[in-house]
Ligand binder design. Sequence first.
Ligand SMILES: Nc1ncnc2c1ncn2[C@@H]1O[C@H](COP(=O)(O)OP(=O)(O)OP(=O)(O)O)[C@@H](O)[C@H]1O
Length: 375
Amino acid sequence: MAQTITQDRGKKKAFESKDVELKNVFKFFNKEPAICGINLDIRQGEFFSILGPSGCGKTTTLRLIAGFERANTGNILIQGQSMSRVPAYRRPVNTVFQSYALFNHLNVWDNVAFGLRLKRISKKELKARVLEVLELVKMEGLRSRYPSQLSGGQQQRVALARALVNRPAVLLLDEPLGALDLKLRKEMQVELSNLHRELGLTFVMVTHDQEEALSLSDRIAIMNQGRIEQIGQPAEIYEFPQTPFVADFIGDTNLFEGEIVGANNEEIAILTKAGIKIIVSRQKDTNLVVSKSVSVSVRPEKIQLSLYRPSIKNNCFEGRLVNTMYMGTHVNYVVELNKSLRVNVRQPNTEGSLPNSDMPIYAWWSEADCLALQN
Ligand SMILES: Nc1ncnc2c1ncn2[C@@H]1O[C@H](COP(=O)(O)OP(=O)(O)OP(=O)(O)O)[C@@H](O)[C@H]1O
């Protein structure tokens, strides 16, 4: 009996071997560097996302893996094999584009079958494989429709089916949900996650939507100006960003630039440019020493507010509440600590929410809830 796509990969999260490796890859366009020495290992069965601001090189990285671009130097391996002489159409990958790239003159069935018809497989197998992927993306009922008769989400499902029908080892997704409205995007995120779990394939997704990357991925690479700033699991990236850029890019944070003025085994004292002194619990494996230039990151949800001075010694500042914004599930506050320093605070929406006024207020946070990051 012919293997099915799910049996092929055995519904497992393998993770033990590498499906995609980038070794010191550089890519220039008109002598301008787009990718500057990327090293990356993507494990078999992982949902791996590449996240970063516009123009940082996410799509170029994906296109290099797909074979649509050639690296100037460095090497790319897929399942242990160097791709330097392998053209795009012979690589064991398939790409799903944000624009879907469906053939408008072909119906759903023929769009999905198109690639297989170019291969020498029997009619029976072709039929079985097309049907299997259409069922997988829940589009078998609309097999006779043309792309113009489908919603954005349905077109994206067909695009997924068309990529999966070739049974790639690695599915590359370039902003796959970027063209969908918010509600549909959320629905499709769940479907993408289910599909990944069901198939056990390696997914490599490019996105600039941090929430999407955090919620879907096993690991994320954060890119900035052609380089990878950090690779890690979503919680690791959010809770322990390694650079000011990552702290600022992922979620909201308050960043205080300053210099280390004291350090012992437990704590680091930082005098910020804005004139406040912050005490940070010492993190593992850091070489943060006196006179190093750092940025302290404090997430808005880690800052507490009260009308009376709390009985804590460090990181407690008297300020003035200058803005209150009701956000439904939570309330955002802006507190001015001094003329050149404002902090953003986020608290759950409870009945006792503070009013918006010019009142004096205390803002504080624990030493363990802030991070010192080298500039
Ligand atoms: N074909 C090309 N010719 C010249 N420059 C290019 C080409 N493709 C990409 N670039 C440049 O390389 C850099 C990285 O582009 P890339 O499309 O990879 O970024 P990105 O992170 O995917 O951005 P976005 O999120 O806006 O799609 C940019 O400065 C871009 O202008």
